[in-house]
Design a protein around this ligand. Structure first.
Ligand code: PLP
Length: 400
């Protein structure tokens, strides 16, 4: 059987010519045949590079999507998972054992926060939550048992930017792994090139872009990916957050338009952020000069993809935010829904939705106010018209 394990050989999966389709064939099997019983045994032992074993371990379509995502993030290899949380939990549990310690940015997705804060301590893995821009604070939080610094390139929902180069230098100094969730900034920022050891995405968001599935990926060295798939000790192999092949195929097809979509999301978000700022609204967007990490973002990004599709607006109170969002939905300006990266604008109040896992006093001290609305700006063709119609909703609901 052909060797599909090495990332650089996966392109052999697609056949060109009279029998080849433009898309790779979808592998629709959970298990694979062996001509020799000895090869099956060797495969379990990890000594038969190239043989498929069982689809929880790997499958042709998943390897194909993983290879494309490794290329996107400029890493040697990647592995796809059934959700973003499946990728995050696999990586953290592979790198940490009982007694270990993690340093994490305090402004991260609520689910990741809950995993670190509530789920890991009973397994004796502790996390210190830090301000990710305070490098002295980070260094002083490092313990002999620290294994990881964890952050999001652009944080959810506060849009704080992590200085990947500086964090990477700290990790190298103390022999730690830098794990970066790049869900908010695919293509715009390449954390792996800036020094991250492992780059994670919730594929559910911009990368898939059609809000029809959940999915995840972690990108890193071939050695690390192999460790996570080891039949005896691999967190992915043993916890089993495997993506289905049919879903990998559909995500791969959507991935091909990511560059066009990201440019449009970024263009529309910048347009609205600039207008909202001129109108005196409390808007936060990394593309605005007023954003506290604007210059840092500029120093890390691939300019042509822009500052991304997410902005936040503080409507003052939860009631005002809710009234405003409900009206926008009624006016067909978008959907009152969590998640991001859809063709249509999505909006939700972070404090009462995707960050509700964070206790109220911590939320407030971080700056997640009750009226904070997170917008994932859609692909609207006429963003000027969208702006005018959003303004009309603001006027009607007293958001100013
Ligand atoms: N990372 C970030 C930044 C997120 O916003 C989310 C989900 O909202 C996740 C990870 C988790 O991804 P999933 O919902 O695909 O498990």
């Amino acid at each position: 059987m052909k060797n599909f394990n090495a990332a650089n050989e996966i392109q052999d999966l697609q056949y060109f010519g009279e029998f080849g389709g433009v898309n790779p064939s979808i592998s629709d099997s959970s298990t694979y045949t062996f001509l020799s019983a000895k090869t099956m045994f060797d495969t379990f032992e990890g000594n038969a590079d190239g043989c498929y074993l069982y689809s929880r371990h790997s499958s042709p379509m998943n390897l194909y999507l993983a290879q494309a995502l490794a290329k996107l993030e400029n890493t040697a290899a990647a592995n796809v998972t059934a959700s973003g949380m499946g990728a995050i939990t696999t990586v953290l549990l592979q790198l940490c054992q009982s007694g270990d310690h993690i340093i994490s940015s305090r402004t991260i997705y609520g689910g990741t926060y809950a995993f670190l804060k509530n789920f890991l301590p009973p397994f004796h893995i502790e996390t210190s939550f830090v301000d990710i821009s305070n490098f002295e604070g980070i260094e002083s939080a490092i313990r002999p048992t620290t294994k990881i610094i964890y952050c999001e390139t652009v944080s959810n929902p506060l849009l704080e930017i992590a200085d990947i180069r500086k964090l990477s230098a700290i990790c190298k100094k103390y022999n730690l792994k830098l794990v970066v969730d790049n869900t908010f900034s695919p293509l715009s920022v390449s954390p792996g090139v800036l020094g991250a050891d492992i780059v994670i995405h919730s594929l559910t968001k911009f990368i898939n872009g059609s809000s029809d599935t959940v999915g995840g990926v972690y990108c890193g060295t071939q050695e690390f990916i192999n460790e996570t798939k080891n039949v005896n000790s691999g967190a992915c192999m043993l916890l089993g957050p495997t993506m289905d092949s049919l879903r990998s195929a559909s995500i791969l097809k959507n991935l091909r338009t990511l560059h066009i979509r990201i440019k449009q999301h970024s263009y529309n978000a910048l347009y609205l952020a600039e207008r909202f700022e001129q109108d005196g609204l409390k808007v936060c967007y990394p593309g605005l000069q007023s954003h506290k990490h604007h210059e840092l973002m500029k120093s890390m990004m691939h300019t042509e993809y822009g500052f991304g599709g997410i902005l936040t607006l503080d409507a003052g109170t939860t009631d005002k935010a809710n009234e405003f969002m409900e009206l926008m939905q009624k006016e067909n300006l978008g959907y009152l829904a969590v998640s991001l990266g859809f063709y249509k604008t999505l909006f939700s109040c972070s404090g009462s939705s995707t960050s509700s896992e964070i206790p109220e006093e911590e939320r407030i001290s971080m700056g997640i106010s009750d009226g904070l609305i997170r917008f994932s700006i859609g692909l609207d063709d006429d963003i000027q018209r969208t702006y005018q119609r959003m303004k009309a909703c603001m006027v009607k609901t007293g958001v100013n």
